[in-house]
Design a protein around this ligand. Structure first.
Ligand code: FES
Ligand code: FE
Length: 425
């Protein structure tokens, strides 16, 4: 804790969602970023200081180890962000459903008879049993709780409760499934677990409108016309913010991810200082860091699927991300990938990786799953070790947050400031 001086409140917004900045232009200047030694939100200094005069740090140890802080996050963070949960290809037809995790909740995501995507809390209105098995998928005409056989329609309404009559024992319409707010963004399904969204999904994904979404580019990629070919779920003994931070920075990539260094020029992930001290994002970010002549993120840089995503050329890419409840969605010329972190407890997280190819691609003809997933699977295995090692370290009494690299861990600062803003609102 320490005293802080008020400075321009727009700093937080300016450095929020840096990946969006990167996707909009190859060189983006963040004015004032260097000359603001502290941050404030709504004119009120943040009590957790991560911004120091010459550097920023990660959070104090208790933010990664305290069950009390994790409890606060349930209300202040997890219910105040749109969370990616599934892709429309998983619920193409009415009645298709997938049971997903969204932070600490289990949700049934389905498509109703009118074709709308809906997300219901997987909690029976009788005595609270989970209705669908966690992570199950299928096609349903109704969702039937296995305990006492209450059944619910695709619209969430209670259809039947054995031996209990509608209007006599109780009124069925009052006991439909509870629904989460749900929006679809170019094929990606997001939910809001809180009562009412505090912002639209587009607002969140555009950093409050400061970085307009490139609809023209997105439409040309057709991110909704993909299908999931593989999913990898891993329970890591690490706080979700440790996982988030690791995913945001590439300071560790040179030593920690030799396979990335084969296809990507790591300088493209870093920032540099302009002549007047402003931060400048390096590289041509439509390539997501790829070296020249490298076509995609694969072990050898060659394409791993013959069918392209929309009109993405070799070496081209597009990404959107949520910097706080970490999820990223890079699209390369021949496949796309999603990475999501779910908090489980203060020191345990689930890391989910999903891979997609064009919906018309045929396995064995256009692609082999092992080739599509090879690079990011290897990277993920390396990161699992890093995050668990860091979790053990920050649990020590002697952990004191040290200086982060202002140009190679830059995006982490934005995410941490946004996190603090949520926690202290
Ligand atoms: Fe679901 Fe009883 S708890 S029917
Ligand atoms: Fe990594």
């Amino acid at each position: 804790m320490g005293s802080v001086d008020p400075v321009a409140p727009e700093l937080v917004a300016k450095i929020f969602s840096a990946l969006y900045v990167r996707q909009q232009a190859s060189r983006v200047q963040w004015k004032n970023a260097q000359c603001n030694p502290y941050c404030v939100v709504e004119e009120r200094p943040l009590s957790v200081v991560v911004r120091h005069p010459n550097y920023f740090t990660s959070l104090p140890g208790e933010y990664y180890t305290s069950p009390q802080i994790f409890e606060q996050e349930k209300e202040k963070v997890f219910k105040r962000k749109w969370l990616y949960v599934a892709h429309v290809s998983q619920v193409r037809e009415p009645g298709d459903y997938v049971t997903v995790r969204a932070a600490l909740e289990s949700l049934i995501v389905t498509r109703d008879r009118n074709g709308a995507v809906r997300a219901y809390f997987n909690v029976c209105r009788h005595r609270g049993s989970q209705i669908c098995d966690e992570l199950s998928t299928g096609k349903a005409k109704a969702f039937v709780c296995p305990y006492h056989r209450w059944s619910y329609g695709l619209d969430g309404s209670l259809l039947a409760a054995p031996a209990m009559r509608n209007g006599e024992d109780f009124d069925y319409p009052e006991f439909g499934l509870q629904e989460a707010h749900c929006e679809v963004f170019y094929g990606s399904i997001y939910v809001w677990l809180g009562k009412e969204p505090e912002m639209s999904l587009r607002d969140q994904l555009s950093g409050g409108g400061m970085f307009p979404i490139n609809d023209e580019k997105l439409s040309s990629i057709e991110p909704e016309r993909v299908k999931m070919i593989h999913e990898n779920r891993h329970i890591a003994k690490a706080n979700w913010k440790i996982v988030m931070e690791n995913n945001i920075e590439c300071y560790h990539c040179a030593s920690g991810h030799p396979d990335i260094a084969v296809v990507a020029d790591l300088e493209n992930f870093y920032y540099e200082r302009g002549d007047d001290g402003e931060l400048v994002a390096c590289g041509v970010d439509s390539s997501f860091g790829l070296k020249e002549d490298v076509k995609t993120y694969s072990m050898d840089g060659e394409r791993v699927c013959k069918k392209r995503l929309g009109n993405l050329a070799d070496g081209d890419s597009f990404v959107w991300a949520d910097m706080v409840m970490w999820s990223s969605h890079p699209h390369f010329c021949d496949y796309s990938q999603k990475m999501i972190v779910h908090p489980i407890s203060v020191d345990t997280s689930e890391i989910v990786l999903q891979w997609f190819v064009h919906e018309d691609a045929v396995e064995g003809v256009d692609y082999e799953v092992k080739d599509v997933i090879a690079l990011f699977s290897a990277v993920a295995e390396q990161d699992y070790v890093f995050v668990e090692r860091q979790q053990r370290g920050v649990s020590s009494d002697r952990y004191i947050p040290g200086p982060n690299h202002s140009l190679r861990e830059t995006d982490m600062e934005a995410a941490l400031l946004d996190y603090i803003k949520l926690m202290e609102a």
